[in-house]
Design a protein around this ligand. Sequence first.
Ligand code: PRP
Length: 190
Amino acid sequence: MSQPLGRVLIDRDRIAERTRELGARLTADLLEDLQREGHGSESAQRVVLLPVLTGAMVFAADLVRAMPLAMQIRAISVSSYPGKSTTSQGVTLRGDFPDDLAGTHVVLVDDIYDTGRTLAALQELVRKQSPASIRTCVLLSKQVERLAEASVEYAGFEIPPEFVIGYGLDYDGMHRNLPDVRVLDPDTDT
Ligand code: PRP
């Protein structure tokens, strides 16, 4: 088997530890909201987690298992970096977006906050529906100038402005299954 590409930026153990922390914080904050409203943790229909496919699938799979709380999980699909693009090509929604989020506690989950376009667009789609709350949780927040401002309350790691792959993140559809987050140099690694 060939060596994985790039160099490790965040290894799987740090990711696992941080994901557990984020899951615990989210759970505590959501339960506080539900209790304030007079609902118990059994109010299953009220928490809706929206993983943003495809990149968030690995992170979301680990995050939800660190959230001992009744919830719906409804994946949504968006693309901004098709194929070999390493710069955002604008947000395209693939497939349907939920239209019944009024009164629910929504948690958007994505792998990376980069230009902000994806999350800003999705937050707008959610906000229009008058949810009880919107939270956004990302594994990675890239230190770049944002092109659109999103609210990101839960971020696992701040990372430098480099192109990263692994743990759900791809280059041209590949490398999502690498267990660590790695820095890719598209000029020399591809
Ligand atoms: C990536 C990533 C985020 C988004 C972040 O998705 O998963 O959703 O870009 O970038 P932004 O902050 O600049 O908008 P991508 O469009 O590559 O689709 P994918 O999840 O299928 O890889």
